[in-house]
Write a protein that binds this ligand. Structure first.
Ligand SMILES: Cc1cc2nc3c(=O)[nH]c(=O)nc-3n(C[C@H](O)[C@H](O)[C@H](O)COP(=O)(O)O)c2cc1C
Length: 320
């Protein structure tokens, strides 16, 4: 799959997930063949003001080649002010977040509030297309609520401003993350851009590799963003890639154990032992979900402070 000058080995991307898609998670996803990954959303204002904490979100793991940076901003002004700092990180693509539903973001006019300000997204995308030197994409929702579905108008504005890729999270802002994602709207979006170079990505209710294949078949979309389905489950990328070729790939408990430990090691390398071990807990509980003894393992993980604590948690899986 190709987006402008960028070539991707598969259509399966790791979606932006605030609090999750840091360098270690993107690294482990890459080990399991994610074609590309998006950073957590980054505040354009924070970056413009030179906040070290904001810029930390742009850190790469060693060898990370293509990185999509996701920005959130209510208007062009902060995007313009942060651009020099952003470009020093050499993003492969810049994505604009128009889907975040959380009040802290929405009340600034950014995230899904952008769906109510189509002129502003047009302005941001055209500015970036003219000045960033890399492809620009937008991730958005169906609309603010069921009474104001306006994705067709919104998508048209993004494309006419020059966006190369559009990702539709097929829920409204009011739905937050619950209720069923309406994939039929993704099919309509793909139909709308059938004769263009704009790539259409699907998001919403993609919890398994099989879901990824289904959404491609049902909508004709060009790519898939795995989000919650990839947490503690980087295997989803390899499994989807294999399914696309007609193969079924089974993941063994050993592979789960070794992958979780490798992810932990990436965390320790990136954040140091204390923070790495603490922040790994939210990933680790997902790795063991569904395995026999999961509740005993999770209890140990929930208070893990050292690598040794994780080894002890995993030893409970030994006989499986
Ligand atoms: C914890 C969490 C954090 C998220 N952070 C972001 C984000 O930073 N940027 C964004 O565009 N979407 C974000 N999303 C939305 C996901 O990328 C995705 O669109 C959504 O979860 C729907 O996909 P799913 O139903 O397959 O999980 C987040 C979702 C969750 C659950």
């Amino acid at each position: 799959m190709q987006i402008k000058n960028l070539v991707f080995e598969s259509p399966f991307f790791l979606a932006p997930l605030a609090g999750y898609t840091d360098a270690p998670f993107r690294h482990i996803a890459h080990d399991w063949h994610s074609a590309c990954a998006v950073t957590e959303m980054v505040s354009a204002e924070g970056l413009a003001r030179n906040s070290g904490k904001t810029e930390d979100l742009l850190a790469r793991y060693e060898g990370e080649e293509k990185l999509i940076v996701q920005l959130f901003a209510p208007s062009r002004d902060p995007v313009q002010r942060c651009l020099d700092r952003l470009l020093k990180h050499d993003p492969a693509m810049i994505d604009i977040n128009c889907g975040c539903p959380v009040p802290k973001v929405v009340k600034t006019g950014a995230g899904s509030a952008m769906m109510r300000h189509i002129d502003d997204i047009y302005d941001i995308v055209s500015f970036l297309c003219a000045n960033a030197g890399c492809p620009v994409s937008v991730k958005f929702r169906l609309g603010w609520d069921s009474g104001s579905i306006n994705w067709p108008e919104f998508a048209s504005a993004c494309a006419s401003a020059g966006a190369s890729m559009l990702t539709l999270h097929a829920r409204t802002r009011s739905q937050m993350y619950s209720g069923k994602a309406d994939w039929t709207q993704i099919r309509k979006l793909k139909e709308m851009f059938r004769d263009t170079d704009v790539k259409i990505f699907a998001s919403g209710d993609l919890f398994t590799a099989e879901d990824g294949i289904s959404v491609m078949r049902q909508t004709g979309c060009d790519g898939v963003m795995f989000a919650r389905g990839a947490i503690g489950n980087p295997f989803i990328f390899t499994r989807a890639e294999e399914l696309l070729k007609g193969n079924s790939r089974v993941i063994s408990t050993d592979e789960i154990r070794n992958t979780m430990l490798r992810h932990l090691d990436y965390m320790i390398e990136h954040y140091g032992s204390e923070v790495g071990c603490r922040d790994m807990r939210k990933h680790a509980v997902h790795y063991v979900k569904g395995l026999a003894e999961a509740s005993r393992v999770k209890a140990v993980i929930n208070s893990a402070r050292t690598r040794q604590d994780y080894l002890e948690a995993l030893s409970l899986l030994e006989d499986i």
